[in-house]
Design a protein around this ligand. Sequence first.
Ligand code: GCO
Ligand code: MG
Length: 404
Amino acid sequence: MARITDARVVVSSPGRNYVTLVVETSDGLVGVGDATLNGRELAVASYLRDHLCPLLTGRDPARIEDTWQYLYKGAYWRRGPVTMTAIAAVDVALWDIKGKVAGLPVYQLLGGAARDGVMVYGHADGRDVPELLDRFAEYLDQGYKAVRIQAAVPGLAKTYGVAPRDGLMYEPANSNLPDEGSWESSAYLDFAPSVFEAVRDRFGFGVHLLHDVHHRLTPIEAARLGKDLEPFRPFWIEDATPAEDQSAFRTIRAHTTTPLAVGEVLNSIWDVQTLITERLIDYVRTSVSHTGGISHLRKLYSLAELYGVRSGAHGAGDLSPIAHAAALHLDLAIPNFGIQEYMGHRDPAGEVFRTSYTFDDGHMHPADLPGIGVEFDEAAAGRFPYEPRYLPVNRRLDGTVHDW
Ligand code: GCO
Ligand code: MG
């Protein structure tokens, strides 16, 4: 029987910070997992390094479920982003190893492909509506069938989801103190429908439109937004209210047929149990990296399947290419797949993470290499040392801290 001989954590910053777990076995195989929790990276790195890695050495890498239960129940302390991201990294690394032992891509171990490819959505943003329309057209040219649309709200200095200038990411992380966004729900609510209207007027109804509210509205405000957007038939509105308040979705649901998505900040099946079993949402956004790995997310998706809720996994660029590959394997295999977010990764991430997944006509495929299909170049990672970064905080115009 093979044994785990080493488990180590690599924190690097090829373009942005990533935490990577590397697991080695006595038969010479290497598995990798993503443990990146944007803005709180070192907490997970420590959880792994100081608490989980010492428990992994000597274990049988084939026993994925046993290891998951051992780490989860053995901690005594339950759930939470740090714990669930750390366990996820171990879980994905062990699935990677199992695939390499079997000589099969992970999606084959999960039951095989349930579809030919995984529909992904990209991000179009604009400092005004004309700029958004231009960027939207670029996504259509690339073959995307679904695009998220975000435009700067007039009167607000900075809007979530919109890069402040060319070449910057829309969440300009600061190394000293967090950047500060600005917000006023009334201005946003008056403006948002006109963005959808402009996109539908120009591009018609043959493409899916998504939109992220990023936790900013009250339930009744979210209900109003949902109603106002109905004529433009959004694929979903995401995180309309702060995600941790599951019962808020009862109010939204009672007023609108606009599909609802939530869950990227949630970390376990128990965090979304009410949302799913009361059919309060249409898409669940939990990700492989932040929700305990393939083993746990697969159970969550099975629960969702019973209630007609589909997957719509978080796939922002702060999840590493390992996370994206793992997501594609699961997306391909589950019956209730909905859509997968794909923001992509900027160079030099490609020097550190050699991926094999493919994009064609708006759909992705994890490719057929054994395991997860991402090679992690540790030496290259060493050239990009960790840089402390914070996500922005958000304030209303009167200075009150608001959800970012
Ligand atoms: C999304 C997101 C993200 C988050 C980011 C935080 O893609 O839907 O909301 O971009 O803001 O992942 O780290
Ligand atoms: Mg989001």
